[in-house]
Design a protein around this ligand. Structure first.
Ligand SMILES: [Zn+2]
Length: 157
C-alpha cells in the first residue's frame, strides 16, 4: 500500500459519506464480495467474515450508519454498536478459541465506522503487538468460508 494521503477533496467527500464504498456495499445487500462474506445483520451493524483468514475468524463489523467516528453516533446507537461488537466477538471465541481478541477501530483508509475483530493465536508472528494483516494473506475455498459463516452465525444465537 502506498503511503500517501488521497487528494483532500476525495477525503472530505468520504468523510461526508459521498461515494463511500462501505455505504455502497451495505446498500447492495450482496452476501459475498471481494472483501468477504456476510455473516449476520446485527442491531447497528453488519458482521462480515473477511476473505483474508490468515488469523482464523478475522471479521469486520461495519456500522449501518455512515459516521466517521463512534462518538458521532447517538448514545443509544453507540451502545448498540458496542453490544454488536461484544456479541460478535463472543461468537468468534466460541468457534475459534483464540488466545486473545483484538478490536481495532481505525478508519484511516476508509472513514466509515467499522471495527476489525481479530482473534489472536499463541505463536502468531506479532507477539506483543497488533497483527498487521496487510502483511499476511490466506485465502480459503468458498465452501470453507461458508462453513465458517454458518458456525459463527449459530453462536450469535
Ligand atoms: Zn459510508
Amino acid at each position: 500500500m502506498a503511503l500517501a494521503w488521497m487528494p483532500p477533496e476525495k477525503w472530505d467527500a468520504l468523510i461526508r459519506g459521498e461515494d463511500c464504498p462501505m455505504c455502497v456495499e451495505l446498500a447492495s445487500g450482496e452476501q459475498v464480495n471481494q472483501f468477504g462474506y456476510t455473516i449476520a445483520q446485527l442491531e447497528m451493524s453488519v458482521l462480515r467474515l473477511s476473505v483474508n483468514q490468515f488469523s482464523p475468524g478475522y471479521c469486520v463489523l461495519i456500522c449501518k450508519q455512515h459516521v466517521p467516528e463512534p462518538y458521532h453516533l447517538s448514545p443509544a446507537d453507540r451502545n448498540r454498536f458496542f453490544e454488536d461488537m461484544m456479541r460478535a466477538a463472543n461468537a468468534l471465541e466460541q468457534v475459534y478459541h483464540p488466545a486473545k481478541m483484538n478490536f481495532q477501530i481505525l478508519g484511516n483508509a476508509l472513514p466509515h465506522l467499522h471495527c476489525h475483530i481479530t482473534p489472536r493465536y499463541y505463536g502468531d508472528p506479532a507477539p506483543g503487538m497488533p497483527l498487521n494483516l496487510a502483511e499476511y494473506d490466506k485465502r480459503l475455498s468458498p465452501d470453507v468460508y461458508q462453513k465458517q459463516v454458518v458456525a459463527i452465525r449459530a453462536e450469535l444465537g
